[in-house]
Design a protein around this ligand. Structure first.
Ligand code: CA2
Length: 144
């Protein structure tokens, strides 16, 4: 099984800015942990980050037939992107929406997710553990 982890804008800054909100762990640290856990579980992962909406759309489109599950932290595009929502709808690869922070407990602009309705489910508020929980969800819930 192959799982695609996608990360949206500014997540490359993790661990370097605003540690009070997003913690001190870098995206590279999270990738290393996810990779280790995936290897132990006998699955392969691809882990990518982009600050560009179109690149994320292209990666989602290209996931068809190559990945069993997409784990997506769309970052700020969560709240704005009809393009990402349409790509998730079209690709027919089960997609798990994740967030480090609990978006529902933050400013009102973050309460609405435009992608939630087309995702398999949402994991939010567990810091870097949101990524590890998403891996577990992908392993346990994957439809055969
Ligand atoms: O909690 C999450 O994972 C978010 O997807 C993070 C996004 C935010 O726009 C969403 O509402 C919730 C922001 C990612 C930016 O990450 C930064 C990390 C360090 C410094 C600045 C931004």
């Amino acid at each position: 099984m192959n799982i695609l982890f996608l990360n949206g804008p500014n997540l490359n800054l993790l661990g370097q800015r605003q540690p009070e909100i997003y913690g001190r762990t870098t995206l590279g640290d999270i990738e290393a942990q996810v990779r280790e856990q995936a290897t132990k579980a006998g699955v392969t992962i691809d882990f990518r980050q982009s600050n560009h909406e179109g690149e994320l759309v292209t990666w989602i489109q290209q996931a068809r037939g190559k990945f069993a599950v997409i784990v997506l932290n769309a970052a700020a595009y969560t709240h704005t992107s009809v393009a990402l929502r349409d790509a998730i709808s079209a690709v027919e690869v089960p997609t798990i929406e994740i967030h480090l922070s609990n978006i529902h407990a933050r400013e009102e602009i973050r309460h609405r997710s435009l992608i939630a309705a087309v995702c398999w489910g949402q994991i939010a508020g567990f810091g870097e553990k949101s990524y590890y929980l998403a891996l577990q969800a992908a392993l346990q819930l994957k439809p055969s």
